[in-house]
Ligand binder design. Structure first.
Ligand code: CAA
Length: 256
């Protein structure tokens, strides 16, 4: 059977490409299983400093696989805890960038939001169209979209099921930058190589600290940040980074 997630490694960056062109990269159980297995292995690899998650020019992913879900009963969904497996992807500790071209709908938009940030091609289209199917987002859309773009826009998207283009997505803060479609992978790779070039423990805790802002009070978050900041002084790379600055040379990070 064809692989539904293709992996390519370049130096310290690994790209995970969803590969179901016949279904606009709809996320079925095979994609989930392969994504989890491959991403978890890369996450555990100290030689990998950043992940890129992407799809095709036409679709990042057009959602969860509707045909796979269609016949399921409430009890099937309940006992399988359908979609819960994706939490494992969201929790990966290596920084991950979503490089989105074309459709990022339903579970596709939700998968992109599980990444640390989204770089969008000018062709990207985001949406949570589940309402048109008689359901609602099930992979985090109602929660992550609201936190990402605020109540007004999130309600608009979730209740009308409309799509937003890349420009609107950038205006409302869903994506960090827009690039020409043919430059998408180069730009994502450049950003990933920058991140992967830093000390991995510091990028891992940097993203943990930002994520903490969405889980806790400001006082607790500030306390957490300071504790983690102090913790980095136990690394080789903190000494190396600061010494290199003082000695006007490039740091030689060992990722420890
Ligand atoms: N699940 C299963 N198959 C899908 C799919 C999906 N989410 N999206 C597209 N496909 C399939 C189509 O059925 C079609 O297959 P066939 O050729 O075998 O008929 C193929 O991909 C190409 O799709 P279209 O012919 O529809 O392509 P288009 O260019 O005319 O339209 C589109 C593109 C507007 C994205 C349209 O495909 C569409 O609306 N897709 C569904 C989007 C959607 O509702 N996503 C939410 C899914 S539910 C969900 O994600 C729940 C959750 O919160 C996790």
């Amino acid at each position: 059977m064809a692989e539904t997630v293709l992996v390519e490694r370049k130096g310290r960056v690994a790209t995970l490409r969803i590969n179901r062109p016949e279904a606009l990269n709809a996320l079925n159980s095979a994609v989930l299983a392969e994504m989890l297995e491959k991403a978890a292995a890369l996450d555990a690899d100290r030689e990998i400093g950043c992940l890129i998650v992407t799809g095709s020019e036409k679709a990042f992913a057009a959602g969860a696989d509707i045909k796979e879900m269609n016949e399921k009963s409430n009890m099937d969904m309940f006992y399988d805890d359908f979609f819960a497996g994706w939490d494992g992807f969201a929790k990966l500790r290596t920084p991950k960038i979503a490089a989105v071209a074309g459709y990022a709908l339903g579970g596709g938009c939700e998968l992109a939001m599980m990444c640390d940030f989204i770089i969008a091609a000018d062709s990207a289209k985001f949406g949570q169209p589940e309402i048109k199917l008689g359901v609602i987002p099930g992979m985090g859309g109602s929660q992550r979209l609201a936190r990402s773009i605020g109540k007004a826009k999130a309600m608009d998207m979730v209740l009308t099921g409309r799509m937003m283009d890349a420009a609107e997505a950038e205006r409302c803060g869903l994506v960090s930058r827009i690039v020409a479609a043919d430059a998408l992978m180069d730009e994502a790779m450049k950003a990933a190589e920058i991140i992967a070039g830093y000390s991995k423990p510091s990028t891992m805790v940097a993203k943990e600290a930002v994520d903490r802002a969405f889980e806790t009070s400001l006082a607790e978050g500030l306390h957490y940040e300071r504790r983690v900041f102090f913790g980095l002084f136990a690394t080789h790379d903190q000494k190396e980074g600061m010494s290199a600055f003082a000695e006007k040379r490039k740091p030689d990070f060992r990722h420890e």
